[in-house]
Ligand binder design. Sequence first.
Ligand code: 9MG
Length: 302
Amino acid sequence: MTAEPGAGRAMGLETRAQAPGRLVRTEAGVGALSDAVMDFTIMGIVNVTPDSFSDGGRFFDPADAVTHGLLLEAEGAAILDVGGESTRPGADPVEADEESRRVVPVIEALVAAGVTARISVDTSKAEVTERALAAGATFVNDVTALRAAPEMAELAAAADAELCLMHMVGTPRTMQAQAHYDDVVSEVKRFLEERVAFAVGHGVAEERIILDPGIGFGKSLAHNLELLRRMDELVALGRPVLVGTSRKSFIGALTGADADGRLSGTVATNVIAYERGARLFRVHDVRPNVDALTVTSATLQA
Ligand code: 9MG
């Protein structure tokens, strides 16, 4: 894997706002309020689950999920991540048929509604991936990095879809018990390099791959903070890095806030990660993160 010029740039979605002071629709969604270049991408979370940790059950009805996705797009999400199985520790496993029944109608309805945001399917199952890609998803978000279903590589490759490979030791059900690292950043890097080699070896174009350190997945508070602080070392792998800290419990461990009160902490993590080169951000609260990252981006480019 070699670093390429502009590798930190998020998926070619760089945009320039057209009308300072007004919301403008751009390739990435709703544009910035200044004339700064938006060189980051927001992935809005659309959980179609009864049991996700912060919004479980809120958008379980497909119509509510679609309405929510459209709102996130209007707020500036360039990607909508549609998931039908919670990855929180202790969540109930879901059969592929049930997971597809949750996500496919939402993807179809978002496409029918004419969303311009890319649609991501958050799944680790080949069957769900296949159905979601057929329904209009163009991005696969696999928290197991192709370990649960290696054949997802061929499916993503055949569809020329973007593929996010996330670090996690074990599975969502076993990961917390395995949170030991000698050097968390080096170990995450090694894992991601190996998974990129696997994906490329199974036909995925390297330029379609996005890397993710898996913040909160089997990592202690200190591990999560170290990964954020040393994000530049992951960015140096040469692929865009996606960060998913939104409302996670390590923020609550620092601030004492419950999931609904973790927006300020989430924004802080994203600003730090941006400053160190991450360019994709998976969030529940789109608009505040767009605003904070627009200001950060403009400041660093001034
Ligand atoms: C589904 N999901 C929950 N947290 C996540 C994170 O941090 N990254 C990615 N890629 N997906 C996540």
